[in-house]
Design a protein around this ligand. Structure first.
Ligand code: ADP
Ligand code: AMP
Length: 214
C-alpha cells in the first residue's frame, strides 16, 4: 500500500497516520517529523530547515526531495509507505513520480483530509505532542487523561514552536498557495479520495479504511 496523506496543517494527518500505519503495517514518513528530529539533534539539515519552519514557510524543495528519495530506498518501504506532509508542491510531486518510476512502483491512493480553514487554527494551537513517542493530543478535542502527560508512555507533552496562531495562519496561506494545487494534480490521475476531516477522529479513520480497502 503506497499512500499519501494530503491536507492543510491541523487537518488531522498525523493523528490518522498513527492508525493507518498500524493497520497496514507500513512505515510512517513525515517530513515534518524528520526535520524536527534533525533540529533536536542539531544536524546541518536541522539548522537549514529551522528558520523556514519557524516562519511557517516551506523548506526548499531541493532539501526535502533528497531526504524522501533516500528514505523510500530503505528496506521497510518495499511493501509500501505512508507519506505525511510530502509532497507539498507540484515540483515535489513530480520528483516523487520520478522516484517511484525508477523503483517500478506507483501510488495507490492520495487521501485528502478536508477541513475548513476556520477550524485549523484552533486545532493546531491546541495540539500537544509526546516528546517520547510522538502521540498527538488536543487540549480540547482529544485531551490526554492527565494534563500534559502522554497516555501511552507517561512522558511529557510539548507544544510545537510553529503552533502559534500567527505561524499557523501563515502555514495555512502557504498551504492554499503551494500545496492545494496537488488536489487537482492527483484528481487528474484518478487516485484522490477526499474525506471529511471535521468528523470525529474514529469516523475519519473508518472512512479512510473504506477508501484504502480494508
Ligand atoms: P496535521 O498532522 O494534519 O497537522 P494533527 O493530526 O496533528 O494534524 O492534528 C491537529 C490537532 O487536531 C491535534 O491536536 C489533534 O489531536 C486534533 N485533531 C485531529 N483530528 C481531529 C478531529 N477529527 N477532530 C478534532 N480534533 C482533531
Ligand atoms: P508538518 O509537521 O507537516 O506540519 O511540517 C512542519 C513544517 O516542516 C512545515 O511548515 C515546513 O516548514 C516543513 N516541511 C515539512 N514537510 C515539508 C515539505 N514536504 N516541503 C517543504 N517543507 C516541509
Amino acid at each position: 500500500m503506497r499512500v499519501i496523506l494530503l491536507g492543510p496543517p491541523g487537518a488531522g494527518k498525523g493523528t490518522q497516520a498513527a492508525g493507518i500505519v498500524e493497520k497496514y503495517s507500513i512505515p510512517h514518513i513525515s517530513t515534518g517529523d524528520i526535520f524536527r528530529k534533525n533540529i533536536k539533534e542539531g544536524t546541518a539539515l536541522g539548522t537549514k530547515a529551522k528558520d523556514y519552519m519557524n516562519k511557517g514557510l516551506l523548506v526548499p524543495d531541493e532539501l526535502v526531495v533528497e531526504i524522501v528519495k533516500d528514505r523510500l530506498q530503505e528496506d521497510d518501504c518495499k511493501n509500501g509507505f505512508l507519506l505525511d506532509g510530502f509532497p507539498r508542491t507540484v515540483n515535489q510531486a513530480e520528483a516523487l513520480n520520478d522516484s517511484l518510476g525508477e523503483m517500478n512502483v506507483s501510488l495507490d491512493k492520495v487521501i485528502n483530509v478536508d477541513v475548513d480553514k476556520e477550524i485549523l487554527i484552533e486545532r493546531a494551537v491546541g495540539r500537544r505532542i509526546c516528546k517520547e513517542c510522538g502521540a498527538t493530543f488536543h487540549v480540547k478535542f482529544n485531551p490526554s487523561k492527565e494534563e500534559g502527560i502522554c497516555d501511552q508512555c507517561a512522558e511529557k507533552l510539548y507544544q510545537r514552536a510553529d503552533d502559534t496562531e500567527e505561524t499557523v495562519s501563515k502555514r495555512i496561506e502557504v498551504y492554499l498557495n503551494q500545496t492545494q494545487p496537488l488536489i487537482d494534480y492527483y484528481q487528474d490521475r484518478n487516485i484522490l479520495v477526499t474525506i471529511d476531516g471535521q468528523q470525529e477522529i474514529k469516523k475519519v479513520f473508518d472512512e479512510i479504511v473504506v477508501a484504502l480497502g480494508a
